[in-house]
Ligand binder design. Structure first.
Ligand SMILES: Cc1cc2nc3c(=O)[nH]c(=O)nc-3n(C[C@H](O)[C@H](O)[C@H](O)COP(=O)(O)OP(=O)(O)OC[C@H]3O[C@@H](n4cnc5c(N)ncnc54)[C@H](O)[C@@H]3O)c2cc1C
Length: 402
């Protein structure tokens, strides 16, 4: 690893700051999704795709990915500086979350040279948006039991079955797909294979699913005698579980190498203070109530603690006691924190907590109510909080598998 020149990094950071200050788009006049999981209209999709492409072209996305595949070839600290600049200027989220955060790093890590050449640059530019076909109607947490059938027939695989909760299913060009190629394998995991499947193959159809917030963003995806070329197989038949597990390590942030930026609107815990000044309790601002002030301070301390834990996770010598602890707890802690903070905000709103986006009487445009309803998504997607707790129990604390 070559040492980073502090002057070069400082100049890059200043350049990023100026660029985002000048280029963050104005309010487009329609509602943007809070996270990549609620992109439900063409308007939102096109806006976010154009924005991601612009950021990449300016050199502030994929800055640490190899130059040969469209990245900037720089140290990770440069991308971190660019992402911080995005945050400072409240830039919109990156669209292609599954491409940037898990398919891309997976291909760079385990993909063939041809796959890297074909896919990586187009992930960065958002020309190709990716989706993920892991969960099935009967198998979500029990991913190893996936039943979608892939049968080799000449130069193709023929797919039959269904996937569900496919984020970006309506828009994606490719899917990372876990399918069963062998129903007689010695155990359920050994029968699985991993594909980089084209979504435009005949026989693949998607039906949008509406969310609790009224928004769309994922689909049920049906495969009916869908033929995909045999070279869509990643690795060998039977290696699907191994590759899926590596994918989940990227998805849950337990392994680094993501392209950068954020795909979920950053949570500003301090913004709840403004709400506490406005919201009333017994005829006085909530902020004047000492019990409520205590609760607010607890949230702020927790937010700061989580942030510092994240920083600490990046410094290897500080993680020698339980090396996997911070990387495996991050998703669980942040997503549950976001849910509890939004829930607390709703209690501050009292009866007004029932007003939603678009209601005239809604406080802050219904932002907190939307945030609360939306916060459940991230505690389920990528593995539920219960599953994360199981993983931490087994892999960090060494508890026995039941
Ligand atoms: C917003 C959103 C986006 C998503 N995007 C995608 C996507 O793009 N691609 C994709 O493939 N999937 C996606 N998912 C699906 C997600 O991965 C699954 O919903 C999740 O893994 C849970 O599976 P399930 O819904 O089948 O619930 P189940 O597995 O049926 O779980 C039901 C309940 O039982 C609990 N439970 C299950 N097993 C255990 C256990 N062993 N121990 C303790 N508790 C347990 C769960 O925690 C949960 O509370 C998305 C989900 C959401 C909410």
């Amino acid at each position: 690893m070559t040492a980073v020149d502090p002057k070069e990094l400082r100049e890059f950071s200043q350049g990023a700051d100026a660029w985002f200050r000048d280029n963050v788009p104005a309010d487009p006049g329609f509602m943007l999704p809070l996270t990549f999981m609620e992109v439900g209209t063409d308007q939102q999709f096109n806006f976010l795709r154009d924005w991601q492409c612009k950021v990449w072209e300016a050199g502030y996305l994929g800055a640490a990915w190899p130059k040969d595949y469209g990245g900037g070839g720089l140290d990770q600290s440069f991308q971190k500086a660019a992402t911080e600049a995005m945050r400072r200027h409240n830039a919109p989220i990156m669209l292609n979350a599954i491409g940037l955060n898990w398919t891309g790093p997976l291909l760079l890590d385990m993909g063939s040279e041809e796959q890297k050449q074909n896919y990586i640059k187009r992930i960065l530019s958002a020309e190709d948006v990716w989706c993920q076909g892991f969960s099935e109607p009967e198998n979500g947490s029990d991913l190893g039991n996936a039943q979608l059938r892939a049968v080799r027939d000449g130069d193709d695989y023929v797919l039959n079955g269904s996937k569900i909760w496919t984020t970006h299913g309506s828009y994606a060009k490719h899917m990372i797909l876990l399918a069963r190629t062998n129903f007689d394998a010695p155990n359920k995991y050994a029968g699985l294979s991993f594909f980089l499947a084209p979504m435009d193959a005949a026989g693949i159809e998607t039906t949008p699913i509406r969310k609790l917030t009224g928004e769309f963003g994922f689909t049920q995806t049906f495969f009916t005698d869908a033929r995909i070329p045999a070279d869509c197989l990643m690795g060998e038949e039977g290696q699907g579980w191994l590759i899926a597990m590596r994918t989940l390590e990227y998805e849950r942030g337990a392994r680094g190498g993501q392209a950068g930026g954020y795909v979920i609107t950053p949570l500003d815990a301090f913004s709840i203070l403004e709400l506490a000044k406005k919201a009333q309790r017994d005829g006085a601002p909530v902020m004047d109530d000492p019990v409520m002030r205590d609760r607010l301070v607890e949230f702020l301390i927790e937010a700061q603690g989580l942030k510092l834990c994240q920083e600490r996770g990046r410094i290897a010598p500080l993680n020698t006691d339980r090396p996997m602890a911070l990387s495996l707890t991050g998703k669980l802690m942040w997503t549950e924190f976001a849910r509890r903070l939004n829930e607390f905000a709703i209690t501050l709103l009292g009866a007004k907590g029932g007003y939603y986006v678009g209601d005239e009487s809604a406080v802050d445009d219904g932002l907190w109510t939307r945030g609360y309803l939306n916060a459940f998504s991230a505690t389920i997607g990528g593995g539920t909080s219960e599953i994360q707790r199981n993983i931490i129990g087994q892999h960090v604390l060494g508890l026995p598998k039941k």
